[in-house]
Design a protein around this ligand. Structure first.
Ligand SMILES: Cc1ncc(COP(=O)(O)O)c(C=O)c1O
Length: 389
């Protein structure tokens, strides 16, 4: 380097020496591009005969490492990660749908997903047909000749209603439609949809998977052929996860099972403690035998998670009063982090819904949604009780 100028020296000195150290953890490959030793290797890469990396919008070792973990978690052949759950969903739909296709979606899915489907897919000639939870109980009856893809969620926001996952998957398979479940609320610890016959699983990794409310990411898992098609579309659309948050996601996944065990036990403890409270009209938690889908949940889930919805006395005013009095549980949207948070569906996920739309979603103005975190459960119970007054 001595013969080179100052800038050339500073740019190249000390770089590219990382072949020998063997780090225990996968490092953050904070690079947009990768060096090829010669043109022959570049040719091998283009012909699919090389393990090299070309460009981080295509693939990156930190990202691939976390994808392997996520595929293993879902017992999937492949996984692809994205810069958000919405990037995962939109890329999946654009990869697999074409003009003339029909998408059947449960009307009861994350609002952002439904808005995205309705705003964008008709522009590309795709028909979006939302169906009710009741209709999904007979999935074969909701499919038509044009149905290419069926999208559903279980458990769902905020009522924690559950859909018979194996039933929907089997009906789709028989009709030649692709089944896609949003498994964000369950996580792979509590529900393995691929083993129940679903083709593709999408999750907002911003929730339980990353688990610390500091990473925005999304993931799709499933069979190698479908995930490859989606990953190639991801190259075009550019929604891949950056190496830095991929590293954090990979680190978080190492404690997913431990965290979920605590979310599960604390979720159940809080739900049981609130059931029967004089100011609580109803507690919605799939692990309570009073939940309308308790039997379905027991059949397909191995734990019930940390999401709880309660309906308090006094409608929206009652919910707002209780919300404003919380001391430990934070008033915030999102879910699945170590901190317990509470949101009011009518002011967040279901803001702007008409009375009829709220009724169709099973949402009432007095509902409060809790994401039970990893604090001591007795502190959370005491906090919610004092807020209820
Ligand atoms: C069930 C569900 N799916 C998908 C998403 C979208 O994920 P993201 O916010 O990571 O884009 C969310 C976000 O709240 C969600 O709750």
């Amino acid at each position: 380097m001595d013969a080179n100028g100052f800038s050339t020296t500073l740019i190249h000195a000390g770089e590219g020496k990382d072949e020998h150290p063997a780090p225990l953890t996968t490092p953050i490959y904070e690079t947009t591009t990768f060096i090829f030793p010669d043109s022959a290797e570049l040719r091998r890469y283009n012909e699919g005969r090389s393990q090299s990396y070309l460009y981080s919008r295509y693939d990156n070792p930190t990202v691939v490492s976390v994808e392997e973990k996520l595929a293993a978690a879902d017992e999937a052949e492949s996984a692809a990660v994205f810069g958000s759950g919405m990037a995962a969903s939109s890329t999946l739909l654009l990869a697999l749908l074409k003009s003339g296709d029909e998408l059947v979606t449960s009307a009861a899915v994350y609002g952002g997903t439904l808005h995205m489907m309705r705003e964008f897919l008709p522009k590309f000639g795709v028909t979006v047909r939302p169906v009710s939870l009741e209709a999904l109980r007979d999935p074969a009856a909701v499919l038509s000749d044009r149905t290419r893809l069926v999208w559903f969620e279980s458990p769902l926001n905020p009522t924690l209603r559950c859909v018979d996952v194996a039933g929907v998957a089997a009906a789709c398979r028989a009709a030649g439609a692709i089944s896609v479940i949003d498994n964000t609320f369950a996580s792979p610890v509590n529900q393995r949809p691929l083993a129940l016959g679903v083709d593709l699983v999408i999750q907002s990794a911003s929730k339980y998977l990353a688990g610390h409310s500091d990473v925005t990411a999304g993931v799709i898992t499933g069979g190698a052929a479908l995930v490859r098609e989606i990953a190639l579309t991801r190259r075009r659309l550019g929604g891949i996860l950056d190496p830095q948050p991929a590293y954090l996601l990979g680190r978080s996944l190492k404690t997913l099972a431990l965290r979920m065990a605590r979310h599960n036990s604390s979720g159940l403890a809080v739900a049981q403690a609130l059931e029967g409270h004089p100011h609580v009209r109803a507690v919605f938690y799939p692990g309570l035998s009073s939940h309308p889908d308790y039997q379905v949940a027991c059949a397909q889930m191995s734990g019930f998670g940390g999401m709880i919805c309660i309906e308090v006395d006094g409608g929206e005013a009652g919910a707002c009063r209780t919300f404003d009095r919380l001391r430990i549980v934070r008033r915030a949207a999102s879910l699945g982090g170590v901190e317990s948070v509470c949101s009011l569906p009518v002011l967040t996920s279901h803001w702007g819904y008409t009375a009829e739309q709220l009724a169709a979603a099973g949402v009432t103005p007095g509902m409060m949604r809790f994401s039970i975190g990893l604090e001591d459960p007795e502190d959370l119970i005491a906090d919610i009780r004092q807020a209820l007054g």
